[in-house]
Ligand binder design. Structure first.
Ligand code: NG6
Ligand code: CA
Length: 516
C-alpha cells in the first residue's frame, strides 16, 4: 500500500515537472518571437535617401539599415496618399475597396472596422504588446468627436494596446497629442472645439491675419493659426495641449525609447509613424539649415538622426538582434504642398523622386514606389531585392513569421522575399492615387485613361491623367518616358483585361480628384 502511494506521488511529481517544463518552453517560445518594428515616414520619396542614390543629402542611419539589411527596389506603398496607404499597411486590404480610405480631415470617423483583422490585432493574439507612436490619419470616433472626453474608437480599438498619436496630419487641426484616446495636457477649463467648415467667432485665421504668421501658406492651409503656422481646419481652445512643432520629432522619439525600455522583456510590435517630411516642415533648431536645401532636407536629416537614436536604443536595451525592422514611406514626395517654405527654391540638384516620374498624388511610379527596407540583424542577409512587394503584404507575411494561419485576399504571403530567402515577389499589384487605379504586372505598368489635368499645377506634379491609356515597360523604361500603348496593342489589351479582372469594371466610377 505504502509502496503504491509512493509510486503515485512519484508519478505525480514527474508529471508536474513535465508540466512546468512545458510552461517554461511556452514562455521561452513567446519570448523568442521577434519584436517587429515598422518605421514609416510621411511623403519620403524614392530618391530621398543616399542609400537609394541621393548624392545631395546624406542619411547615414537609414543607409545603415539598407546596407545591413535588404533594400527593395520594387517596394510599393498601396497608394500615392497617406490614409489609403496606412489603411492597407494595417489591414492588408486594398484601400480602393474602402470608399472612405481617402485623405481624411481631422474630424473624420475611424475607417477601420473594429471587426476587421489588423496587423497589431493579429500580433496581440500571439502574445505581443502593440503600440503606435506618431501619425494616425485613419479617423477617430464614429461621427461627431468630443475632444474633451475619451476619443474612441481609435487605434486602441483596432489592436494597439498603447497609442500616442497625432490625429490626422501636422497641417490639420486638432494640433494636439492623443494618448490612448485622451488629449494630452488638456485643461478642462479650456475645452477644444474643432470645425472643418466654419471658424469660431473672433479666432484669427491664416487668411485674414497674415501678420500673425511665421510660415506663409501657398494653397489651402489658411484656417486656424497654431504656433504661427496656418493649418487646415478651425480649432478653438486647448491652448495648454497644443504641441510644439519644432519638438515633435524629439517628442515621438522619446516616447519610442520609453516604450522599448519598458517592453524589452516581451515581444512587441511598434509602429513608429514619423511625421517627416510632410508639411509643415518644422525642423528642430539643431537641424535648421543643415541640409542646405531648406526645411524639407533639414527634416529628412532630423528623421535620419531620430532613426539612429531609435536603433541605438534597441541595441543598448539588448533587443536589436531579435527585432525585425521594416522601413518605408506612405507615399511619394512633394516640394510645395501648400506652404512657402523654400523647399522648392532651395532644392538644387536633389531629386526626391530619384529617376522616377511623378510624385505624391500621382499614378506614375514616384507616387507609390517607395524606399523599402527590411532589417534583422543576423537573420536577413544584406543585399538588394528586386522582388515586387507591397506594404499591404506585411500582414500575411508577418502572420507566417509568427505562425498564424491568415487567409487574406489582398495581402500576399511573401515572407521569404521579405527575409531575402527568395527574390520571388507578387506578379500583379493594383496601385492607387486619389481614387484612380492602375496595374503593375511583371515588368509592365498600365494606367487606364483618366480625365482630369495632366499636371496638378499647385504642387507641380504630373498626375498620370491622359486621353489615351498609358503603358510602360518599367524594366526598360523606369522613368516612364515612352508610352507603348499604341505600339504594343497586344500587351495593352492583355493588361487592360487583367486590370478589369482584378479591379472590376467600375474602376472609373469613383474617380474624382481629392486635392482640397
Ligand atoms: C492635401 C493638403 C496637403 C496634405 C495632403 C495630405 C491642401 C491644399 N493640401 O489636401 O497639404 O495635407 O492633403 O497629405 O490642403 S497626406 O500625406 O496625409 O496624404
Ligand atoms: Ca503622406
Amino acid at each position: 500500500m505504502k509502496k503504491s502511494i509512493l509510486i503515485l506521488f512519484g508519478v505525480l511529481f514527474v508529471l508536474s515537472c513535465v508540466e512546468t517544463k512545458k510552461e517554461e518552453k511556452e514562455v521561452n517560445e513567446v519570448s523568442k518571437k521577434p519584436n517587429i518594428v515598422v518605421i514609416y515616414l510621411d511623403d519620403l520619396g524614392y530618391g530621398d535617401l543616399s542609400a537609394y542614390g541621393a548624392t545631395e543629402i546624406s542619411t547615414p542611419n537609414i543607409d545603415a539599415l539598407a546596407s545591413g539589411g535588404l533594400k527593395f527596389t520594387n517596394g510599393y506603398a498601396s497608394s500615392a496618399t497617406c490614409t489609403p496607404s496606412r489603411y492597407a499597411l494595417l489591414t492588408g486590404m486594398y484601400p480602393w475597396k474602402n470608399k472612405s480610405a481617402k485623405i481624411l480631415p481631422g474630424t473624420a470617423p475611424l475607417i477601420i472596422s473594429t471587426e476587421q483583422q489588423t496587423l497589431p490585432k493579429m500580433l496581440k493574439k500571439e502574445g505581443y504588446d502593440t503600440a503606435i507612436i506618431g501619425k494616425w490619419h485613419l479617423g477617430l470616433g464614429t461621427g461627431f468627436v468630443n475632444w474633451n472626453e475619451r476619443v474612441s474608437p481609435g487605434p486602441n480599438e483596432v489592436g494597439f494596446d498603447e497609442s500616442y498619436i497625432l490625429a490626422a496630419t501636422q497641417d490639420r487641426v486638432p494640433t494636439v497629442y492623443i494618448k490612448d484616446g485622451y488629449v494630452v495636457n488638456l485643461d478642462p477649463n479650456d475645452p477644444i472645439e474643432i470645425n472643418y467648415e466654419t471658424n469660431f467667432e473672433g479666432q484669427p485665421t491664416g487668411k485674414d491675419n497674415p501678420e500673425l504668421l511665421t510660415m506663409k501658406w501657398h494653397h489651402g492651409h489658411n484656417s486656424s493659426i497654431v504656433n504661427g503656422i496656418p493649418r487646415i481646419g478651425y480649432m478653438k481652445g486647448g491652448d495648454a495641449a497644443k504641441w510644439s512643432d519644432i519638438d515633435m520629432a524629439d517628442h515621438f522619439l522619446e516616447k519610442t525609447k520609453t516604450y522599448i525600455k519598458s517592453h524589452k522583456d516581451k515581444p512587441f510590435f511598434l509602429y513608429y509613424a514619423m511625421q517627416q517630411p510632410h508639411v509643415p516642415r518644422t525642423p528642430h533648431p539643431r537641424f535648421v539649415g543643415k541640409s542646405g536645401m531648406g526645411p524639407r532636407g533639414d527634416v529628412i536629416l532630423e528623421a535620419d538622426w531620430c532613426i539612429g537614436e531609435f536603433i541605438k536604443t534597441l541595441e543598448v536595451e539588448g533587443v536589436l538582434d531579435n527585432t525585425l525592422i521594416i522601413f518605408s514611406s506612405d507615399n511619394g514626395p512633394v516640394l510645395n504642398d501648400g506652404y512657402f517654405d523654400d523647399s522648392d527654391t532651395k532644392i538644387g540638384k536633389h531629386t526626391p523622386a530619384g529617376v522616377l516620374r511623378g510624385g505624391k498624388y500621382s499614378l506614375f511610379e514616384a507616387g507609390i514606389r517607395m524606399p523599402f527596407i527590411t532589417y534583422w540583424k543576423g537573420q536577413i542577409q544584406p543585399g538588394v531585392s528586386d522582388a515586387l512587394v507591397c506594404q499591404m503584404d506585411l500582414l500575411a507575411s508577418i502572420a507566417k513569421l509568427v505562425g498564424v494561419e491568415e487567409n487574406s485576399t489582398d495581402s500576399k504571403e511573401l515572407l521569404e522575399a521579405f527575409l531575402g530567402k527568395s527574390d520571388e515577389g507578387r506578379e500583379d499589384l493594383i496601385i492607387e492615387a486619389t481614387s484612380r487605379t492602375a496595374l503593375r504586372s511583371g515588368d509592365w505598368l498600365y494606367i487606364p485613361s483618366y480625365k482630369g489635368p495632366e499636371v496638378n499645377t499647385q504642387v507641380n506634379i504630373e498626375l498620370g491623367n491622359s486621353d489615351v491609356p498609358l503603358l510602360y515597360n518599367l524594366k526598360q523604361d523606369l522613368s516612364q518616358t515612352t508610352n507603348l500603348y499604341e505600339s504594343n496593342p497586344e500587351k495593352a489589351k492583355e493588361m487592360h483585361a487583367k486590370f478589369i479582372k482584378l479591379r472590376g469594371e467600375d474602376y472609373n466610377v469613383t474617380q474624382k480628384l481629392e486635392l482640397k
